[in-house]
Design a protein around this ligand. Sequence first.
Ligand code: CTP
Length: 400
Amino acid sequence: MLEGKNIVLGICGSIAAYKSALLVRLLVKSGANVQVVMTPDSTSFITPLTLSTLSKKPVLVDYFTPENGEWNNHVELGLWADLFIIAPASANTLAKMANGICDNLLLAIYLSAKCDVYVAPAMDLDMWKHSSTQANISKLQSYGNILIPPGNGELASGLHGEGRMAEPDEIITFLSAAIKKKLPLINQKILVTAGPTYEAIDPVRFIGNHSSGKMGFAIADELASLGAEVILVAGPSAQVNKQSSVKRIDVTSAAEMLEACVFHFKNSKACIMSAAVADYTPVNVAQQKIKKKDANFSIDLKKTVDILGLLGSQKKNGQILAGFALETNDEEKNAIEKLEKKNLDFIVLNSLNDEGAGFKNDTNKITIIDSQLQKTVYNLKSKEAVARDICNKIIELIKG
Ligand code: CTP
């Protein structure tokens, strides 16, 4: 959840600042870019050197860095941050935040930040219980700031009670859960298909196609990173998912893909059918290897079920169905015919005439045509970026 996130970590003057070193380490290990900002008093509890070494960035304390005459631009830092965490948050800083006081860099960034702000208070039992602290906390929450509640236990003063800063691993869990809850596709089950299908001729041969599965796997990963519960029905493919939450169901033939799709579509919010499903399959599969005899050889083929077409006929109100059309000629006309025939909400058209599009490449160039026949043409992009465009269309349709 924290991977790639820009995080400003504010540290106030509290003995709990010793825990900040571990918090920085855990944030960095989670893949976040961490900018530590300290109040002047906090530098008495933990050295900026410790935190700059762990965060791999100079720590900021003042509006100016006198050594190089640089101004630490609080507005830029406020805009840079995807998350602002103040841990430990002292009673003094909480009171200043609640009242718009801005007498240090940390507070100036707080007032400039547009992102979510999390506070993890740390103070003695009676300071925490004090009506003024509680009123400040309520005020800060009413402004949209998020409280990471302090824990109960032995305090640095020797007293027992509430007031100790949440442990660094608890803060990471809290942040991850809060970010997850806000993801646009959280709690949405989405079915994706990818790769080719193999139609057996005999025990050693099959009819297949050149699909690598790259596009479908990229879509599945992107949907999962947006919070969706992803079921990926994959034909034979060497691809692996980057997102471990994707539930992959391996199939070989069109018939197996049909069975898995029909089963999972029933309770899915959306389905993106990117697999290159065989249109024909042998009428009979030889039980033993076919020996070569005559100069010519033919195999009787029968049509497979059009999985997307069948799902389109079963689609319930509120379900979203998307398909792909890989074309070589009359691209738009063919794509619109498929969109209408298969009762789709949108179709992703790619043309083999576009350089860098289609099978095997790491790039694709698509046009999305929706059921209103609204057309969006995209540039040639990486398959990951194309997946993002497709997922944005899904989000747009889900949000209505
Ligand atoms: N598709 C499917 N089941 C099939 C064949 C295709 O679900 N048996 C899906 C593909 O996954 C894709 C869409 O239908 O999302 C378009 O597939 P395509 O093969 O391009 O279209 P067809 O309808 O099969 O038409 P044609 O092969 O004649 O172009």
